[in-house]
Ligand binder design. Structure first.
Ligand SMILES: *[C@@H]1O[C@H](CO)[C@@H](O)[C@H](O)[C@H]1NC(C)=O
Length: 453
């Protein structure tokens, strides 16, 4: 039955009905991870996200964009050729990072000539490599060595960039290059870094970095990306959550439809120092580095998948996110259920969509989590109401099944299958798609997700 229902999708050329964005970051350092964790542009699914942002290029001392990795040009080429597979896909180049701990944007914004050189370089570099847009990755104006006044100079850069992109489109009769930025999520950082009302009009979308709210630099456990504050939060920590962060952006005048909520495909780890394992438990430093990401402090979702079978998994009801703990290791991460909760919040607040950090930390091959390729991002895509992706594997189409008519006359969305709780229906434009939960889980209509029975 499942094959038949999924096969229905093959017969339809489905268009993305939703105007919302699903923007996915990929990183050029993920190519150095060992074995099945190695990720390059070849692993990008051209139908998964509406936009892919290639991270990261840097800026030289002449304020020009330059590659970081030896094979960036080749990877740009492979990524941008995916647009012939999916003509609706948009690609961005993320530029910034740090050089010896300092953002190159500090020098770029300092003088009108430096800004002009950067802008000329951006247009030429993006056109040469066939990108559709530029993503600014400066963490953050007014921080980490960036002097006072950079808040206002960042506004100048953004204003001049968007003007130059418009002029370039007009003068050369080309599609306008798009502009986005990664921006801070912590309330005092936002206040010090941005003239929100002045920069927002110039961006096509704004990626709020709604993760890294807590991590092993703190003395007690806390979640990487909680939706709401915890009752153990005190002082400024009461704002270290998605609800506070995005509400702050909105209160400063950012248009909701330009704001994208950040969805992490990784968790942050701690080393517990006592027998207490709850949120707010004493901790010192990170757990072991993951065997693939090899950096202490965080684990990719596929590394969390390897950890979970031996661990105790707990849901934090007030923050709507899970953590897992075993021996002295503690990880606060995201799963399908927490992604669903965040999508509900995102929709209720009319945000422009989601951005995911990163493609390469989801179980992109499906090898680790036994839940298919890209389990988290596919779930996110479906929860946001995007239609099923086109598939090129036709199945049998002759069997008739009454469940095939389940969605006739029903609104788009997810529905329980009363005949089999381990599956659920997705309705899209009157067509029925049957999906399976991961082994051991059943579908819950309350969260529109699969969870433990
Ligand atoms: C979410 O943020 C809003 C605005 O700051 C606040 O009024 C509300 O109480 C918060 N909700 C929760 C559950 O913390």
């Amino acid at each position: 039955m499942a094959r038949f229902l999924i096969a229905l999708g093959v017969l339809l050329v489905l268009q993305i009905a939703s105007s919302s964005k699903l923007v996915c970051h990929m990183t050029n350092w993920a190519q150095y991870r060992p074995g099945g964790a190695k990720f390059t542009s070849e692993n990008v699914d051209p139908f998964l996200c509406t936009h892919v942002i290639y991270s990261l290029a840097t800026i030289n001392s002449f304020n020009q964009i330059v590659n970081v990795e030896w094979n960036d040009a080749e990877q740009y080429g492979r990524l941008n050729r995916l647009k012939s597979v999916n003509p609706d896909l948009k690609t961005f180049l993320s530029v910034g990072g740090t050089v010896s701990g300092i953002s190159p944007f500090i020098a770029v914004v300092a003088k009108p000539e430096s800004r002009a050189a950067f802008i000329r370089s951006a247009i030429s570099y993006l056109r040469t490599h066939n990108f559709d847009g530029l993503n600014l990755a400066w963490e953050y104006p007014g921080h980490n060595g960036s002097p006072q006044g950079d808040k206002e100079r960042f506004t100048l850069l953004v204003t001049e960039l968007s003007k130059a992109f418009e002029d370039d489109a007009k003068d050369n009769r080309k599609t306008r290059l798009l502009l986005s930025a990664n921006v801070a999520a912590i309330v005092p950082t936002i206040d010090r870094a941005y003239e929100v009302d002045k920069i927002s009009p110039h961006f096509d979308f704004i990626n709020i970095l709604t993760y890294d709210f807590h991590g092993s630099w703190e003395a007690v456990t806390g979640h990487n990306s909680p939706l709401y504050r915890s009752s153990v939060d005190s002082g400024s920590h009461v704002h270290h959550n998605i609800n506070s962060s995005v509400s702050h952006w909105l209160s400063l005048g950012a248009p909701a439809e330009k704001l994208l909520l950040g969805f992490p495909t990784y968790g942050r780890t701690y080393r517990l120092t006592t027998g207490v394992t709850s949120v707010g438990a004493p901790a010192k430093g990170p757990a072991e580095a993951g065997p693939y990401t090899r950096t202490a402090g965080f684990w990719a979702y596929y590394e969390v998948c390897d950890f979970i079978p031996s661990a105790t998994v707990e849901w934090i009801p007030e923050q709507k996110v899970p953590y897992a703990t075993y021996a002295s290791s503690w990880v606060g991460y995201d799963d399908k259920r927490s992604f669903s909760s965040k999508v509900q919040w995102m929709t209720a607040n009319n945000l422009g969509g989601a951005h995911v950090w990163t493609l390469d930390m989801d179980d992109f091959s499906g090898y680790f989590c036994s839940a298919g390729a890209y389990p988290l991002i596919n779930h996110l895509r479906m929860s946001m109401g995007f239609p099923p992706k086109p598939t090129t594997t036709p199945g049998p189409t002759t069997t008739r099944d009454p469940a095939a008519d389940f969605c006739r006359g029903r609104p788009d969305g997810l529905y329980a299958n009363s005949a089999d709780k381990t599956t659920y229906f997705q309705c899209f434009q009157g067509n029925t798609f049957l999906h399976h939960c991961q082994p051991g889980l059943i579908y819950w209509d309350s969260c529109k997700c699969c969870d433990w029975p």
